[in-house]
Design a protein. Structure first.
Length: 268
């Protein structure tokens, strides 16, 4: 494992995310260190816009979404909504931005360390492959501030870890440590703290060497498993599988296997 750096300078003081590319990997780092990357509407809008930009960029195959070593994100910005009425929250419709993020077609690798709480946990769960440091503390502590998860926590956490653990986490507000999150299937891999970012990047590059259309279709099909009955999901998967046989990448991938060489995928 190598240790890549997390240091990147924002171009303006307003930049709540930091963006860079590394070959065919697009990288987004949440950038509100003073408030542990609390997710305010401006940050979420910048994030949605950048994910959409990466989705449209043919040179990007995989996206990495990272927080800092201390916090992936400590939740929605509490100060931003503390005095809002129900009607104001309804009119704001701040979760519409989350719907845009959910529509990202390219795979997102989350680089998680420290706190992933409330909206931070919900954002993490919107990612596809989740690389967590051994210092991660993951939870939905909204109950401690008189509310409940609002960006998918009651649904996605329950689907990931099952009812008993989800109830424990959501109703007591306790944090899961990295080992518990891994055992519960909430994160994909746990790595030592100093490697959480470099490992996420390494895995993103590993994925980026696969056929990009197959990556997107495979993501879409896995997500269907959360949305549909088994028979419908199987039908959906089969159609996408057949559709891949109209791509050059499928021919290249299978021929390369037969010819005992590495495939050269072109995203066509
Ligand atoms: N919103 C706004 N500011 C936050 C924040 C949040 N979610 N989480 C942390 N901060 C701020 C703190 O207010 C503090 O700011 P100041 O230095 O100006 O006081 C700074 O970040 C550092 O935090 P702490 O001093 O509290 O650091 P700590 O190490 O003692 O504790 C913590 C860390 C356990 C994460 C604690 O900050 C905490 O409990 N945060 C709130 C977690 C939470 O309740 N998240 C859910 C939010 S609601 C939500 O997300 C709804 C939804 O479903 C979308």
């Amino acid at each position: 494992m190598t240790t890549a750096t997390l240091e990147t300078k924002p171009m303006t003081a307003e930049q709540l995310i930091l963006v860079e590319t590394d070959g065919s990997v697009g990288i987004i780092k949440l950038n509100r260190p003073k408030v542990l990357n609390a997710l305010n509407p401006e940050l979420m809008t910048q994030l949605a816009e950048q994910l959409e930009a990466f989705d449209k960029d043919d040179s990007i195959y995989v996206i990495v979404l990272a927080g800092s070593e201390r916090a992936f994100a400590a939740g929605a910005d509490i100060g931003d909504m503390a005095e809002c009425s129900s009607l104001e929250m309804y009119k704001r419709d701040q979760f519409a931005t989350w719907d845009r993020i959910k529509r990202t077609k390219k795979p997102i690798v989350a680089a998680v360390s420290g706190y992933a709480l409330g909206g931070g946990c919900e954002l993490m769960m919107l990612c596809d492959v989740i690389i967590a440091s051994d210092t991660s503390q993951i939870g939905q502590p909204e109950i401690n501030i008189g509310v409940m998860p609002g960006a998918g926590g009651t649904q996605r956490l329950t689907r990931a870890v099952g009812k008993a653990t989800a109830m424990d986490v959501i109703l007591t507000g306790r944090f899961l440590n990295a080992a518990e999150a891994l055992a519960g299937g909430l994160v994909s891999r746990v790595v030592p703290r100093e490697h959480f970012y470099s490992e996420a990047l390494r895995i993103a590059h590993e994925m980026a060497r696969k056929g990009p259309i197959a990556l997107r279709f495979a993501k879409e099909s896995v997500l269907k498993a959360h949305e549909t009955a088994l028979s419908e999901g199987l039908e959906y998967e089969r159609k996408l599988f057949y559709a891949l046989f109209s791509t050059e990448d499928q021919k290249e991938g299978m021929r390369a296997f037969m010819e005992k060489r590495k495939p050269d995928f072109k995203g066509k």
